[in-house]
Design a protein around this ligand. Structure first.
Ligand code: BES
Ligand code: MN
Ligand code: MN
Length: 454
């Protein structure tokens, strides 16, 4: 049987198995779901085994396990290391989901569930593509799977594992499906990921919440102060004002920017979809440049004081914010976190105390478009979409990709099949049925072309 027939014959089962996996709430950020995260690992390990992988194991770490499996058909053939993650983001706010996050529902050609696109749906394409190649005797390369359960919390243990298992993970390229394309009829391949620095700040004013009439106007209000401090982090051109922040930023050449400007992008449709009357960002850069090649600073959450029903006149003692910075090549996450901390402490008025806590981070990565692996991915997508994919620079982060290069000396190909509007991390996350099957169909072509290129 050929691959196409095999996929057609088994398509319903492929989808139903994915739906079963999506029912497991593998939220890595919330320890209440620890046993579900473990279950999701065992689920995919078992599917890899059934599909024909050897040496399948659920490898314990100090955190959630890493699922490993491999098929070595011929040591003289190239080896593809497939990376993905089985953990998902929290589903909150649950009331904004049209159907529950962990009761996957198929409607209008989409699978709605937390993890549908990020990343279970995309990982499962690889498992089913592997099964297809095994059952049609067409696996063209050796393959190793490494599916982790801590991507959404910064992969704290995967780096250690990769350093310890260098030999076991030896390969020729890393293949990842955890990014998006421009549109279902405009295939694209991400050639970059941004880095990340994530910090939390706490501003303390008086030692207890005070009556805002008795004390207001005379004692620093930490929420007012925090807002002032946060506002001062951007200037009127939406440039970040932290001294040294841009020092190491890679300058993208005019040629590359001209190339990026050719990327099909409809700003009006973008605004309409988000229901915003205008976009906002750093002066002098297009929307795609603002998300692709420029660093940013965003408040992810801010809280303090009275937020219950009605009005309570109070001058709060404390205010908090969580702040993320997306970084570009050459910026170092640790250094940026440190200069943020120094700057934030230095701009605090004497009337408050400031504490900055550093969370996880990661480095940016760019992937070449002139490699054998990129060419194989490009030809694979061209074979199934009938169009050559466009290289794009994605705005998200997958911190481990930089380590693949640093520790394993491997380049990564980001052959993702999601869409920007798949609402990953948001309510009503979805993944197109079309995208799921198109991925399953495309991956074997990657293996075939990569084997031919090598
Ligand atoms: N799959 C995403 C990364 C991504 C999203 C890449 C969109 C390209 C386009 C990944 O699961 C993710 O969400 N990463 C986190 C980083 C992590 C350290 C929490 C992110 O980007 O916020
Ligand atoms: Mn992901
Ligand atoms: Mn994610």
């Amino acid at each position: 049987m050929n691959q196409k027939d095999y996929i057609n014959k088994n398509q319903e089962r492929f989808l139903n198995e994915l739906l079963d996996w999506l029912r497991i709430p593998s939220i890595s950020a919330d320890s209440a779901f620890a046993s579900d995260v473990q279950k999701a690992a065992e689920f995919v390990a078992q599917k890899l085994e059934v599909a024909g992988a050897d040496n399948v194991s659920v490898e314990q770490t100090a955190g959630y396990p890493i699922v490993y499996g491999e098929k070595i058909i011929d040591p003289s053939k190239p080896t593809v290391l497939v990376y993905g993650h089985y953990d998902v983001q929290p589903s909150v706010p649950d009331e904004l989901w049209d159907t529950p996050a962990f009761e996957p529902t198929v409607r209008d050609g989409n699978i709605y569930a937390r993890g549908a696109c990020d990343d279970k749906g995309q990982v499962y394409m690889h498992v089913k593509a592997f099964e297809t190649m095994m059952n049609t005797d067409s696996l063209a390369c050796n393959v190793k799977f490494m599916i982790e359960g801590e991507e959404e919390v910064g992969s704290p243990n995967l780096g250690i594992y990769v350093k310890e298992q260098k030999e076991k993970l030896a390969a020729d390229v890393v293949l990842v499906s955890d990014t998006a394309m421009l549109a279902n009829d405009i295939p694209s391949i991400d050639t970059g990921l941004r880095g990340l620095s994530y910090v939390e700040v706490e501003v303390t004013g008086p030692n207890i919440d005070l009556h805002s009439g008795t004390y207001g106007g005379a004692v620093a209000n930490p929420i007012n102060v925090l807002c002032d401090m946060i506002s001062s982090l951007h200037d009127e051109n939406r440039h970040i004002t932290i001294p040294g922040f841009y020092d190491d930023v890679e300058i993208v050449s005019d040629e590359d920017r001209a190339e990026m400007a050719k990327t099909p992008f409809d700003l009006e449709a973008y605004k309409k979809e988000l229901e915003v009357d205008d976009v906002m960002g750093e002066a002098g850069y297009s929307t795609l440049e603002r998300t692709g090649i420029r660093p940013t600073l965003d408040v992810n959450g801010i809280w303090g004081g009275y937020i219950g029903e009605g009005a309570k006149t109070v001058l709060p003692s404390k205010a908090y914010a969580k702040i993320s910075m997306r970084l570009v090549p050459n910026q170092k996450s640790d250094k940026i976190s440190e200069i943020f901390q120094n700057h934030f402490e230095s701009i605090a008025p004497k009337s408050v105390k400031v504490k900055v806590t550093l969370h996880h981070g990661g480095e940016a990565a760019v992937t070449p478009t002139n490699s054998k692996a990129y060419r194989a991915a490009s030809k694979a997508m061209e074979a199934t979409f009938g169009k050559k994919p466009i290289p794009t620079r994605g705005g998200g982060s997958i911190p481990i990709v930089a380590l693949f290069e640093e520790v394993l000396g491997l380049k990564t190909v980001l052959m993702g099949f999601g869409l920007d509007n798949d609402a990953i991390h948001s309510p009503n996350e979805k993944y197109g049925i079309f995208n799921f099957y198109r991925g399953i169909e495309t991956i074997p072509y990657f293996f075939k072309y990569f084997a031919e290129e090598e």
